[in-house]
Design a protein around this ligand. Structure first.
Ligand code: T46
Length: 394
C-alpha cells in the first residue's frame, strides 16, 4: 500500500474518501428505508457507534487487504470483484467485532446488512465514476510517457531509441541496478512493486522493453500489467554489438581479463555455454536461425566475421578482440566465417540445445519472417519477431 500511496497520494486518498462517503450514505439510506424519514435521527443516534466502527473497519480493510491497488487502471469486471471483496471483508470483521463486544443485539441487523448491500452498489458506482473523471482530467502530454525496462548495459541506447520515436521516458527499471538513483535525469526505480504503482498512479502511457528476452521480464510486472490492461511494447532490437568490460593489467605479462555479468550485460538467462575450437581459416559455419534462442557471441582469441541477416538486410560484425561481444536475438539468420585459423568462438545461450528450435532452411526462414510481418501488428517500431516472442510474457 505504501508504494501506491507514495506515487498517487492525493488520488489514493480521494478513493478512500469516496469509499467512506459511500458507506455513510449507504447507512443513511438504509435507516431511511428501515425507519422512515421521521425516525431517521433516532435510528442514526442508536447506530452511531456501529457506524463509526464500520468507517474504521472500512479504512482498515482498504489498507490491510489493498482493495484499492491499481484501482485507477483496472478493468470493469475487476471493479465488481474488488468492491465485493471490500464489502465482504468489512462485513466479516464487523460481525466478529460485534460478537466479541457482545453488542450485536444493540443494533438492527437489517440496517447493517442493508447498509452493506447498498454500500456495495455505491462504492462500485463511486469508484467507477471517480476513475472515469480522473482519467478525463488527466492531461495527456503530446509525447507518450513511458516506463523503460532494460539492463544497465543498454539503458542509454534504450532512452535514445525511445526519444527517436517520440516518447518521453519518465522512469527506468533496470534488471540489476547499480544503486543509481537516476540516469540522464530520469529516475531509476529499484522495486518492481514501485514500477507497477508508477504505471498505475502516474498514468504512464506505455511500458517499453529494450533488448530483453521475455524470460527476463519480472512475473510480478507481467501480472500487474495484465491487471491494468497494459501491454508491453518493444523498441527495435534484434542484434547488438557490446563492449565486454576488460581489465588490462599494468604489467603486460599479466595480460587482460574480460568479464560479462548476467542481467547487466546479458539480457537473457544463461542455460548453456559452448565454444568452437581447432578451426581452420576460411571455415564457414552457421547457416541457420533460431526461433527462441538468444545468444551472446564473443571471440577471446583470433578473428571471426558474423554475418547477420534479418530477412531484409545483411550486416557483418567482426569479432576481432576479446573485449567485443555480439548479442543475437531470435529470428536472425547467421553465418560465421573464420578469418584466422585457431580462432575461438564462445557462445552463451538462453536455451538448452533443441534441434526443433532451429530453422536450417533459408526459404523456411524467409517464410517465417514473412509470416510474422503479415500477422503481427504491434506498433511500427517493434521488431515483429521479437513481438511474437513477447507474447510468451502473457
Ligand atoms: C549458433 C552458432 C553460433 C550439440 O549437440 N549441442 C550444442 O549445444 C550445440 C551448439 C551443437 N550440438 C551439435 C549439433 C550438431 O550436430 O553439434 C553439431 C554442430 O552444430 P551446428 O552445426 O549447429 O554448429 P554451428 O557452428 O553451425 O552453429 C552453432 C550453434 O549450433 C548455433 O546455435 O548460433 O554456433
Amino acid at each position: 500500500m505504501h508504494t501506491e500511496f507514495r506515487y498517487g497520494r492525493l488520488k489514493y486518498l480521494s478513493f478512500v474518501i469516496i469509499d467512506i462517503a459511500c458507506l455513510l450514505l449507504a447507512n443513511l439510506i438504509s435507516f431511511y428505508f428501515y425507519a422512515g424519514i421521521k425516525h431517521l435521527p433516532y435510528s442514526f443516534d442508536r447506530h452511531y457507534n456501529v457506524m463509526m466502527a464500520m468507517v474504521a473497519i472500512d479504512a482498515g480493510v482498504t489498507i490491510v487487504f489493498s482493495t484499492l491497488r491499481r484501482v485507477l487502471r483496472w478493468k470493469k469486471e475487476r471493479e465488481l470483484y474488488e468492491s465485493a471483496r471490500h464489502v465482504f471483508y468489512s462485513l466479516v470483521i464487523l460481525s466478529v467485532y460485534l460478537f466479541l463486544t457482545k453488542s450485536g443485539s444493540d443494533y438492527s441487523r437489517v440496517i447493517v446488512l442493508t447498509a452493506y448491500a447498498i454500500d456495495y452498489a455505491m462504492i462500485w458506482l463511486g469508484r467507477t465514476a471517480w476513475r472515469f473523471l480522473l482519467l478525463r482530467l488527466h492531461r495527456k502530454s503530446k509525447r507518450p510517457t513511458v516506463l523503460l525496462l532494460t539492463t544497465d548495459g543498454f539503458v542509454r541506447d534504450g532512452i535514445e531509441s525511445l526519444r527517436e520515436i517520440g516518447c518521453d521516458v519518465k522512469y527506468l527499471y533496470l534488471l540489476k541496478n547499480l544503486q543509481k538513483k537516476e540516469i540522464d535525469g530520469i529516475p531509476v526505480i529499484d522495486d518492481i512493486k514501485e514500477a507497477a504503482s508508477v504505471l498505475c498512479w502516474e498514468m504512464i502511457d506505455r511500458i517499453y522493453i529494450f533488448g530483453l528476452d521475455h524470460q527476463m521480464v519480472p512475473a510480478y510486472l507481467v501480472q500487474a500489467c495484465k491487471e491494468m490492461n497494459l501491454e508491453f511494447e518493444l523498441v527495435d532490437f534484434n542484434y547488438r554489438v557490446i563492449d565486454v568490460k576488460t581489465v588490462q593489467s599494468k604489467d603486460s605479462r599479466f595480460g587482460a581479463l574480460s568479464f560479462l555479468e548476467g542481467k547487466r550485460d546479458i539480457p537473457f538467462p544463461i542455460r548453456r555455454a559452448y565454444w568452437i575450437t581447432e578451426t581452420e581459416a576460411d571455415l564457414h559455419r552457421g547457416f541457420h536461425a533460431h526461433k527462441l534462442n538468444c545468444q551472446l557471441l564473443f571471440c577471446p582469441h583470433g578473428c571471426i566475421d558474423i554475418i547477420v541477416d534479418d530477412g531484409d538486410n545483411k550486416r557483418t560484425v567482426t569479432l576481432d578482440k576479446p573485449g567485443k561481444g555480439l548479442i543475437l536475438m531470435p529470428g536472425l539468420w547467421r553465418e560465421m566465417v573464420w578469418r584466422e585459423s585457431g580462432s575461438v568462438l564462445c557462445v552463451l545461450a538462453s536455451e538448452y540445445y533443441d534441434e526443433q528450435e532451429y530453422i536450417r532452411d533459408y526459404n523456411e526462414f524467409l517464410a517465417y519472417c514473412q509470416k510474422y510481418r503479415a500477422t503481427v501488428n504491434h506498433g511500427t517500431d517493434a521488431n515483429t519477431l521479437l513481438t511474437e516472442r513477447l507474447q510468451h510474457c502473457y
